[in-house]
Ligand binder design. Structure first.
Ligand SMILES: O=C(O)CCC(=O)C(=O)O
Length: 270
């Protein structure tokens, strides 16, 4: 497929499927970040749920240029496929020395779709230091389907990330990832701009699949994270295999027989 922006290779899409997020550090140039801070400070107009990107963010607007940056556009296209719609967007503001840490949560409600996912973009127009309380993320939690703050009682899971990043960083998240906004203990205002996108076409082979057979792809999908106990982490491997099968159309793909075993339904002969 030829596009004007770089599509992700399979190995990076597999990493997204395993981790639940993709990090694009400092992809937004300084001038656009400066403009972004003013745009976020002014507030973003609400948009109706589920409208095409070009209607939500007309050409020339700040958001249109943010999501049109080649690295961002290519990653969104690779994960969502063509013509996603905008679910909603919101500017998150953390005042200096302000706010409370949120409970660990997944956005919206429990979402059991096995073969589709929304992508949430988080954009940080300025550097985020540890003191500024960057977003907390739990890698590999997105397929352990929970409802909103069901996870709120969990504190400090092993392997969690307290985001620190350079200005102009964009994160793309699977909608199910467990995350939380954190308190800002610094003297600086912290902005984060979040946009949720809905796919409108099957999310099947929407990236650069030239490396699909590379063993590094299966290795990414087999990654373990520190919060998994050894045995319960198997469920995450199974969930990833199921999603990877849906995203590639390869119903034979497996890791250590997990999906093959539980999809085996031999027909009885009379
Ligand atoms: O402020 C943040 O860093 C994250 C906030 C967030 O994602 C939320 O409110 O759901």
């Amino acid at each position: 497929m030829t596009t004007s922006y770089p599509l992700l290779p399979s190995v990076r899409v597999a990493r997204f499927v395993a981790q639940g997020f993709l990090r694009l550090d400092a992809v937004v140039p300084e001038e656009l970040n400066t403009e972004g801070i003013s745009a976020l400070a002014a507030g973003m107009p609400d948009v109706p749920y589920g409208i095409p990107i070009a209607e939500a963010f007309p050409p020339g607007t700040f958001t249109s240029r943010l999501i049109g940056l080649p690295a961002v556009a290519g990653a969104l296209r690779s994960l969502l496929g063509p013509d996603p719609t905008v679910d909603h967007h919101h500017v998150h503001v953390r005042e200096p020395h302000g706010g409370e840490a949120q409970p660990l949560h997944g956005d919206a409600i429990i979402d059991t779709r096995p073969d589709a996912f929304d992508v949430q973009l988080m954009y940080y127009p300025h550097e985020v230091t540890a003191e500024m309380g960057g977003t907390l993320l739990v890698p590999g939690s997105h397929l352990r389907r929970t409802n909103e703050t069901d996870t709120g009682r969990y504190q400090n899971l092993r392997g969690q990330i307290r985001l620190t990043c350079p200005a102009g960083t964009v994160l793309l998240l699977h909608h199910g990832i467990w995350h939380a906004g954190r308190r800002n203990d610094s003297d600086r205002l912290r902005y984060m701009y979040k946009i949720r996108f809905n796919p409108t076409a099957p999310q099947v082979r929407t990236w650069d699949t030239a490396d699909l057979a590379d063993p590094a792809v299966a290795a990414e999908l087999d990654a373990r994270f520190p919060w998994y106990e050894d045995a319960t982490g198997r469920l995450e491997i199974y969930n990833r295999v199921a999603l990877w099968r849906a995203m590639t159309g390869d119903t034979t793909f497996d890791i250590d027989h997990w999906a093959t075993r539980v999809s085996n339904r031999p027909r009885r002969t009379a």
